[in-house]
Unconditional design. Structure first.
Length: 86
């Protein structure tokens, strides 16, 4: 019988707390960016969707999904910024 040596491989993944803190910092930056939009942007339906993504949807999501929610909010905010600049 051949014995195999068990090797331990350390993963370079962040801990739950680090991932959580990174997501919260990014969310705060997006909320600040949302508040800096011109007042006419708040009339657009995308504005409400962004607020929903950064609020209840973010809070209800699991930590792995929160990063995708933030990415979606960032993408939608980019579109809204483009629309309000025109």
């Amino acid at each position: 019988m051949v014995r195999r040596l068990k090797t331990t491989v350390k993963r370079a993944t962040a801990s739950f707390r680090q991932t959580y803190e990174r997501a919260e910092v990014r969310r705060a930056a997006l909320v600040e960016r949302l508040q800096k939009l011109p007042p006419e942007a708040s009339q657009h339906p995308a504005y409400r969707n962004i607020r929903n993504l950064l609020g209840p949807t973010f809070i209800k999501s699991k930590i792995g999904h929160r990063l995708a929610v933030l990415q979606s909010a960032d993408w939608l905010m980019g579109i809204l910024e483009t629309l309000t600049m025109i």
